[in-house]
Design a protein around this ligand. Sequence first.
Ligand code: NAD
Ligand code: TDX
Length: 330
Amino acid sequence: MRLLVTGGAGFIGANFVHQTVEERPGTDVTVLDKLTYAGSAGSLGDIPNVRLIEGDVADPDVVDPLVAEADVVVHFAAESHNDNSLLDPSPFVHTNLIGTFTLLEAVRRHGTRLHHISTDEVYGDLELDDPARFTERTPYNPSSPYSSTKAGSDLLVRAWVRSFGLAATISNCSNNYGPFQHVEKFIPRQITNLLDGVRPRLYGAGRNVRDWIHVRDHNRAVWTIIDKGRIGETYLIGADGEKSNREVVELILELMGCDRHDYDNVADRAGHDLRYAIDSTRLRTELGWEPTFADFEAGLADTIAWYRDHEEWWRPQKAAAEAKYAAAGQ
Ligand code: NAD
Ligand code: TDX
């Protein structure tokens, strides 16, 4: 199989490429990545049989020939960080909307199978005491420039399926953690702060809840959908991992041998979504997927060990990420 992975030098995409090469020998992988601040060729190392093309998913001259030679396209490329989208939304509109549109047009020309990667944030947020969780039928209600451009990209995919008969599927996943995640994101930021002797930073009171899933479980679900998913369908991916940000910070502190109360509360994020929660029944019952990292504490301990052992990977990102937070009082 010839596979094109957009955004394959980012966090989830790079893990997807590693897993694919390990578990599906014979797959011919091409990565298309703009290598923005969030992408790193080093995340792909010297994996054999992987070709990295540096380019913009919104550039039809780059995208068209790559789609023409692929059997399957998996579309991870995006601007992915909510805090950045509040500082400057324009790259989010460019990559998440124009980039997805450009890819859809190439896939339409060449009749290629597409899997579009998206987020649970398209559904907005839930109250802390609401027993409801997001399902495939929850109405879209995104809050931030990031989540609204992801919502728009999902709607483009749905329209191209209906209007042009594209062979596409969509998945909306909850918050991922694991190796190769940029240090701007919550869990790696706190781990690398502690490795630097700096106290973790919790937005507001830390009551906000996220539904955590290990990146390997997300990527196993993506392959399950490519293999067995119904064309035109959306699948929610989640591992029943709801935790408040405060619980997560306290667990990181404990696992790293610190006092669990040694963190600072800082300025809250504007428009901060309160709670996300995924009901992944469709994926589990129709396609037989189950998460394998059931123990969040063990997965977090592995992730801490990975950052401890891979300072050469994260160190080049750290100062710029912290400078942005310092300017915002976070
Ligand atoms: P990331 O920011 O770590 O990686 C994004 C990658 O896309 C980077 O390598 C970057 O260089 C590349 N990229 C950005 N703009 C590009 C462009 N114009 N052309 C080509 N490449 C470009 O993001 P991530 O966390 O790995 O997220 C990957 C996908 O998964 C995104 O679509 C995101 O919305 C989705 N998602 C993420 C999470 C999460 O918790 N991180 C959860 C659900 C869904
Ligand atoms: O220093 C911090 N302190 C803090 O309390 C940071 C960076 C974050 N937070 C909070 C904000 C969120 O409630 O932690 C939570 C997680 O923050 P992020 O890692 O920025 O993730 P989130 O905004 O939830 O979005 C993530 O999950 C869904 C990804 O970045 C998105 O790409 C994905 O779609």
